[in-house]
Write a protein that binds this ligand. Structure first.
Ligand SMILES: C[S@@+](CC[C@H](N)C(=O)[O-])C[C@H]1O[C@@H](n2cnc3c(N)ncnc32)[C@H](O)[C@@H]1O
Length: 220
């Protein structure tokens, strides 16, 4: 799913995939922004009225402030927040909220915190780096519809990307449905089976059973 915004040649495949879920929302939130590349890639988009870079790390914020001090986008459009996502206050409508490169626990906490402030014009686009099954289980219980999910392979790593909206619609599946498609999905399944196959707990066994089902790769 590509938005009206063009692909940025300055971004990695993972960040470009995240970016592609923006659909004309006016306010961009890059939570856990670090380098800020994702949020800043929207600076030339006319429909974007505000870009918010959020990070709790003092060195990250000071580096961004130094780097962006004389930038033309600091005038009115760009906001830098020295804050945890779990404490952030956002406006209600037309938000595209990116949360990438963090653990599933933190992403879940941030989504629970932000959900009451969101309406159905906003999107949450996430890419957790750890505790993904735990996060999926939580998301499936929240009033969130899955718009789309995909898998990106970059620099030897697999990244799940999920685009969510508040409201009715298909719920997040505990293990994922569309991420197993295509060649990259097959490789991811092999990778996950190798990783989880050595675990004896019930959750890992349930996941392994799901992955071993030949129907999983049928739609490739
Ligand atoms: C690995 S970087 C990810 C940078 C970028 N989002 C990406 O995906 O390339 C993770 C960033 O998340 C920030 N972070 C950690 N916990 C956070 C929280 N609770 N709320 C917001 N940001 C957080 C860290 O300070 C760090 O800068």
């Amino acid at each position: 799913m590509m938005s009206s915004s063009k692909v940025s040649t300055f971004l990695s495949a993972r960040l470009n995939a995240l970016r592609s879920y923006h659909q004309k929302q006016k306010n961009i939130w890059d939570i856990g922004c670090d380098h800020g590349l994702l949020g800043l890639s929207f600076r030339s988009e006319e429909e974007v009225e505000s870009i918010h870079l959020v990070d709790p790390s003092a060195p990250v914020i000071s580096e961004l402030q130094k780097r962006l001090k004389d930038s033309y986008i600091t005038k009115g459009k760009l906001f830098i927040h020295h804050e945890h996502g779990q404490k952030l206050i956002i406006e209600t409508d037309s938000n595209c909220i990116f949360i990438a490169g963090m653990g599933g626990k933190e992403i879940g906490e941030i989504i629970i915190h932000l959900l009451p402030s969101l309406d159905s014009t906003s999107r949450i686009v996430i890419s957790p780096h750890r505790k993904i099954l735990e996060l999926r289980a939580l998301l499936g219980k929240l009033p969130l519809a899955l718009v789309q999910e995909e898998l990106v392979f970059e620099d030897g790593q697999f990244y799940q990307i999920l685009c969510l909206m508040k409201g009715e619609g298909p719920r997040v599946h505990p293990y994922g449905r569309d991420i197993w498609k295509k060649e990259v999905g097959k490789h991811y399944r092999d990778h996950q089976m190798k990783h989880f196959g050595v675990h004896e707990d019930l959750a890992s066994k349930g996941y392994m059973e799901y992955l071993a089902d030949p129907k999983l790769l049928k739609s490739t």
